[in-house]
Design a protein around this ligand. Sequence first.
Ligand code: GLC
Length: 656
Amino acid sequence: MTMGTSEAVLQVLSGAVPHLFGSDPCFSKSDSIFLSRSYIRCRKKRGSRPMQLLNYSRMLKSSINIHRFPGVGRVLYGNIPIEQSAFGNYKCQRAESASGVTAEDGNGAWYVDNAKKFSTINGMVNAPNVLELKKVEELKQEKEGFTSNGDVPATGTGRDTFHKVSIDPIEDEAWELLRESMVYYCGSPIGTIAAKDPNSSNVLNYDQVFIRDFIPSGIAFLLKGEYDIVRNFILHTLQLQSWEKTMDCHSPGQGLMPASFKVRTIPLDGDDSAMEEVLDPDFGEAAIGRVAPVDSGLWWIILLRAYGKCSGDLSVQERVDVQTGIKMILRLCLADGFDMFPTLLVTDGSCMIDRRMGIHGHPLEIQALFYSALLSAREMLAPEDGSADLIRALNNRLVALSFHIREYYWIDMKKLNEIYRYKTEEYSYDAVNKFNIYPDQISPWLVEWMPNKGGYLIGNLQPAHMDFRFFSLGNLWSMVSGLATVDQSHAILDLIEAKWADLVADMPFKICYPALEGQEWQIITGSDPKNTPWSYHNGGSWPTLLWQLTVACIKMNRPEIAAKAVQVAEKHISQDKWPEYYDTKRARFIGKQAQLFQTWSIAGYLVAKLLLADPSAARILTTEEDPELVNAFSCMISANPRRKRGPKSSKQTYIV
Ligand code: GLC
């Protein structure tokens, strides 16, 4: 007898978390040093982690004493590095570095080798490199003996080294700007500021460290072998997770990660001559529109995995507090609600598009990040009795989520024609048109736009509503995470190639296509003057998306597509001063209200370059289904009355 789908899935997957950790994770000496320089504000935290909170508050008391700068008349600002020697008894300590190898020895040679490789991709990217080849050759000889094997380098802090071996002026500039955007806390780097335009006074909240914006910065640093900033970011934002946060007396769930935080320097209580630094998070309670950033925690998990994979330092993900942090995020996402769908139900503006754009419901971007975070967490969670239920829920969700998205979000010519001929008002368990989509919803633009070859995942699916807009980040990250099947992923790339003039044009990459115009713009955005048609979130073009495009292309073994996009960006992104976004249908103007020197535009470009130079490094971001999930998925497909895909597995591990 064959079991029902969900039972089968359960049986296949129970206890399926890989056993990564042999030893009992506990605090090391260095961890307690790290905690001791945690924020003073932690005293206000609620007791979500009782055991460690005891530790923290004890530590924090002492940290009040060691954070004084008696007699120092200077106020410290978060984004200005603190010269430790300048402060008498300032005792903040750096997190230990992951290995002893310096960039001086490792990075430089690696960089030169790969930059050379990159310059030959398609014979077109990085033209300036060619001019520099002689210099590169000389440097290479100089460095002989230190050369790495082309893998991700060991570690280091290669600022000076970089300048010695760098071969591309745009990249050079980008690294310099990225380093200038670094934010320090107690003398250690913990993130990068969202934008740093020296000539702008209108900074809004761009002087904060945004979680989502830091991801490309973090990846760039990881790929460069500079692990400390990423480790610090991970551990400090983890502390912010259990911050007391309320809006008009209501508190959101405990696993929520902030959208952003700021390092503030304030006078120490009762002592006018001393200052202390505190981290001040924003969970959306101050953000424009008061939106909770659902994506922050998901990105945090993805970065945590990338850190471990790149640095080889698994001690961070093994820590008790980090494991607890992962579980808190998962619990928040996996909590039961009123939902019929396995997709995450969120409000408008809960991700990169952080203001009203009609993406409330089950937007693709959140689903792709959710899937990616679930797979990443599955890899990192230490097996223990207490989390068996959570792991079971996680496994079930992975299968149901991938089935739902692959099946119901996918459109191409064939599917569109199917929808065009849909019957409606089907009341039954095996309806074809499950969500009661009225064919009239297929807009004229889509009929024109859909290429014969290619397809994509739609932006959102609700009862009687398919949002047919193409949202780039959701589609790109569906490829990276494997939420889209291999065939679907290739079809998405086919579509990107076919629609190059719409999606890339003068600057990669359109955030969504097409823009909302006229009455639709009025009703859906609330007549948002920042989101006018073909501007900002409403069909604007965002250079930061280059890095996600690059990871997706590399995963699908089609890096030349990303290389071509990088080449487009390189034509003027530096002259334009690294804008946050571009406007107009073809991305011809720097965005109306775009910040300049936007850090994630800079970092996104750098990550794209670094990965194209060493495509194998993209594995720190990509995830694959393991055989157990594939098995469970095919079991689910065969249990679906509507579609039977592929042969049943011959290994009937899920038969009672
Ligand atoms: C804008 C973007 C958001 C980003 C923030 C900081 O609000 O919509 O995605 O995180 O700016 O750059």
